[in-house]
Design a protein around this ligand. Structure first.
Ligand SMILES: *[C@@H]1O[C@H](CO)[C@@H](O)[C@H](O)[C@H]1NC(C)=O
Ligand SMILES: *[C@@H]1O[C@H](CO)[C@@H](O)[C@H](O)[C@H]1NC(C)=O
Ligand SMILES: *[C@@H]1O[C@H](CO)[C@@H](O)[C@H](O)[C@H]1NC(C)=O
Ligand SMILES: *[C@@H]1O[C@H](CO)[C@@H](O)[C@H](O)[C@H]1NC(C)=O
Ligand SMILES: *[C@@H]1O[C@H](CO)[C@@H](O)[C@H](O)[C@H]1NC(C)=O
Ligand SMILES: *[C@@H]1O[C@H](CO)[C@@H](O)[C@H](O)[C@H]1NC(C)=O
Ligand SMILES: CC(=O)N[C@H]1CO[C@H](CO)[C@@H](O)[C@@H]1O
Length: 719
């Protein structure tokens, strides 16, 4: 059986580290650019920005006309023209005889037009500030800065009425639900839009300006200046400063301010000169501080989808999770709507309601706008009874000692909010049907998973029907883990499914542990499935896997106890202060491959880990790679260009470029080539061509020859 392991490629390639080179060019009348993977973008004179076709990672036959950073390996788009209507392969961007700048599909139909109304275009130029300009008779007729997508750049201004639109998701550039708009009366506001219309709802956030400032002068512009400051300029020239911190002039640092697909507006910086160590975007500032608890919007769903619950992460990003008894409508979009996993009817039921329904309780959770009745003074018990016997009631909120709010579907603006002071959300669920343990999606075919979606699946066990097998896992009481973690004091990381804390077990063979506390919001899983999963993982033993030592399963509290590894994640090692040597990087790659081989073929229950990435690989004190399932957050756009580039280097026999700054690797080019070849085999579109993990380890280690791989492109003929 050919096993699928897409993500290892990005790891292998990340381990190779890199730099880039491109040509500088101008556009003149008659020139055209065609949408395919080999089209050469137009580069700004400094080489900082590129204008051209970006291939969608979710559908390689579609392209966006876009601007991106040319020198940063992670393809970060700062502008795109046709997010809502991506161009099929073979589309052409042309300066027509009428001197119009037009994007048309292979059938000749227009997909996008710059719509210059005030003259004929002579030429186009990608400038060093990141704006693409169309010039005619010496003046600027059109510029991308005036038609922003989701990002503003230094030296760009947003006039009143102009707005940024979020995208649908990290990899889907269609217009999303969020907008940032400059309004003369309110200054800068963030609001949701009722798609597919353009109707803008009341703001969920107003930038800290009009309210606080004494100025009554209308706001006229959002300015992003070259020192990296964002401010609202008022008509009387007063500035309402949004950002307080920068990391230097835009001459030395790339800045961008992007309205994320999750509705958070963030200022990022990235060094212009970088090695593998500091090559990343750092968030300097973002707004709002907590989108989950921002003003409830009386139309639309709030930060997460309908019936969903928003909780804020340490990075101030929303994390969404369906309540117990509810599941995602689109399992790949956890920011989307949730649906009850049962139907509630007002018709005659087959049994008394007490036998049919029960309540799941969530603390400090509320859906502020879905009330249809307030009952007071009421006890909690009366509140439960009332909701139970009311076929309209989906949720009751019991709060403030004697108040009971009954709520109907769909629930909007769901939020986890500690200021609710222990208020209880009583969620009515039908007995018997509960969704499975949130992090695990049993029996889901790996190949059905879009590799570019947010990583959701951590571990899938492919044979689950087995009875519970005893392992030597320790069962902890909740109290023991509260003590071990000193009341969950030191956080090691957090992800969608829970937070990992550092802990110490007294009187134990392994004293340092990492305790993962599964999120109460998402762990609406059945007892038996939790036990089965724990058992399956508990039976794995391999030096390249993080060991599960025990668990706690006490009512609401579900925790997993792992051994603690002192050297952090591979991500922090690769991109952190100490750059790993070539030897270390190869050893880490071997270790990951061996760990996966064990999971796929050697342990008693076959396990497929669907989220291999540097954040999920921990390092022990000897820098051995250990695969874990700690779901730290991350994104996955970088793959496409890294793989394309690596494949080009392989074809053109310029593999030395991949490891340009690494003398050791340069002296070991045979191994570099072997790694790249293996990686290319692993990302074949045709799954049947991909090697098994056993073959992968043998090829990586040089035990067997690596045959020349065919192109990993979508429609390659199979060599
Ligand atoms: C691009 O255009 C600019 C200004 O028109 C000119 O100075 C430069 O030489 C041109 N570069 C190329 C490569 O044609
Ligand atoms: C870039 O922006 C600065 C500041 O607005 C401006 O002075 C400069 O002319 C711009 N450069 C180009 C190439 O437009
Ligand atoms: C992006 O999302 C929209 C809305 O869900 C969908 O209609 C569109 O097909 C998606 N685009 C791509 C390229 O997947
Ligand atoms: C507004 O003006 C009053 C009176 O001049 C002053 O006391 C107050 O601090 C000002 N508020 C702000 C936010 O500047
Ligand atoms: C950008 O704005 C900040 C805040 O007003 C100011 O201190 C700085 O001098 C400005 N930089 C430039 C290049 O105008
Ligand atoms: C929903 O509940 C039913 C039983 O009521 C169960 O068979 C089914 O697996 C559940 N589905 C999900 C996705 O939780
Ligand atoms: C990056 C990191 O934490 N490195 C440590 C890994 O472990 C060795 C041995 O304990 C330390 O010396 C390193 O500092």
């Amino acid at each position: 059986m050919a096993l699928v392991f897409f993500p290892l490629i990005s790891l292998l390639l990340l381990l190779l580290v890199r730099t880039d080179a491109q040509t500088v060019g101008n556009l003149t009348v008659g020139a055209s650019l065609s949408a395919d993977e080999n089209s050469h973008p137009w580069i700004s004179p400094s080489g900082d920005y590129a204008f051209g076709f970006h291939q969608l990672s979710s559908d390689k036959s579609l392209f966006l006309l876009a601007i991106w950073y040319n020198k940063i390996p992670d393809r970060t788009l700062v502008w795109y023209a046709n997010g809502d209507s991506p161009a099929p392969k073979g589309s052409k961007l042309q300066l027509t005889a009428d001197r119009e700048f037009v994007l048309s599909n292979p059938q000749g139909e227009q997909l996008w037009n710059s719509e210059v109304s005030n003259g004929a275009v002579d030429s186009g130029v990608m400038d060093d500030n990141g704006s693409f300009k169309l010039l005619g008779s010496g003046s600027v007729l059109w510029e991308s800065f005036k038609y922003p997508a989701d990002t503003v750049l230094p030296s760009q201004t947003l006039d009143e009425g102009l707005f940024l639109s979020s995208r649908q998701s990290e990899t889907n550039f269609s217009k999303g639900r969020f907008r940032l708009v400059l309004r003369s009366d309110d200054s800068l506001v963030l609001a949701t839009v009722n798609l597919p219309s353009d109707h803008v709802n009341d703001p969920y956030h107003k930038s800290g300006t009009a309210g606080d400032s004494n100025s009554s002068s209308p706001a006229s512009q959002l300015v992003f200046n070259e020192s990296g400051y964002l401010f609202v300029l008022r008509e009387n020239e007063e500035r309402d400063l949004l950002t307080q911190r920068t990391t230097g002039s835009a001459k030395n640092v790339y800045y961008r301010a992007t309205l994320g697909f999750d509705g958070v507006f963030t200022l990022y910086s990235h060094p212009k000169t970088f090695t593998g160590n500091n090559a990343r975007w750092t968030a300097l500032w973002s707004e709002p501080d907590n989108i989950c608890t921002s003003t409830p919007i009386n139309a639309g769903s709030g930060a997460c989808g309908l019936n969903n619950i928003c909780s804020i992460t340490a990075e101030k990003r929303p994390s969404c999770g369906c309540p117990s008894g509810y599941t995602l409508v689109d399992p790949m979009n956890r920011y989307g709507n949730c649906k009850p996993n049962f139907t509630q009817s007002c018709d005659q039921e087959p049994a008394p309601v007490e036998d049919l329904y029960d309540f799941e309780v969530l603390i400090n959770v509320d859906w502020p706008l879905a009330d249809y009745a307030l009952l007071e003074p009421f006890t909690e018990d009366q509140c439960r009874q009332s909701c139970l016997n009311d076929c309209m009631c989906a949720v009751a909120i019991f709060r403030l000692g004697d108040k009971c709010w009954k709520k109907k579907l769909p629930l909007s603006n769901g939020r986890f909010d500690p200021t609710l002071n222990g208020g209880k959300a009583l969620i009515k669920v039908r007995k018997g049907g509960r969704p499975p343990l949130a992090p695990y999606f049993p029996n889901q075919e790996l190949k059905n998973k879009d590799k570019n979606q947010e990583p959701l699946i951590l571990i899938i066990s492919t044979s689950r029907s087995e009875p519970v097998v005893e392992t030597n896992l320790r069962s902890f009481t909740y109290k023991e883990l509260v003590d071990a973690t000193d009341e969950f004091r030191e956080e090691l990381g957090r992800g969608a499914f829970g937070i990992v804390y550092r802990g110490t077990l007294p009187m134990s063979y392994i004293s340092q542990v990492a305790v993962k506390r599964l999120n109460t919001l998402v762990h609406g899983h059945a007892e038996k499935e939790f036990k089965t999963e724990v058992n399956v993982i508990g039976q794995t033993h391999h030096k390249n896997l993080v060991r599960l030592l025990g668990f706690c399963d006490e009512g609401e509290n579900r925790l997993l106890v792992y051994e603690y590894l002192s050297n952090g994640t591979l991500a922090s090692f690769l991109f952190g202060g100490l750059r790993p040597s070539w030897i270390q990087r190869t050893q880490i790659a071997f270790g990951i491959a061996r760990g996966l081989l064990y999971l796929h073929e050697e342990c008693s229950t076959q396990i497929i880990h669907c989220d291999i990435k540097p954040q999920n690989i921990l390092l022990d004190e000897y820098y051995n790679a250990r695969i874990s399932d700690f779901d730290m957050e991350s994104s996955s756009e970088e793959r496409a260009i890294l793989t394309d580039w690596a494949y080009d280097c392989y074809l053109e026999e310029t593999l030395d470029l991949l490891v340009e700054n690494d003398v050791d690797a340069q002296h070991d080019l045979a191994k570099v080539e072997r790694f790249v070849q293996v990686a290319i085999w692993c990302i074949q579109e045709d799954l049947s061509l991909r090697p098994t993990m056993r073959e992968v380890t043998q090829m990586l280690e040089g035990v067997v020859q690596v045959p020349a791989p065919p192109c990993p492109c979508p429609y390659a003929s199979t060599a």
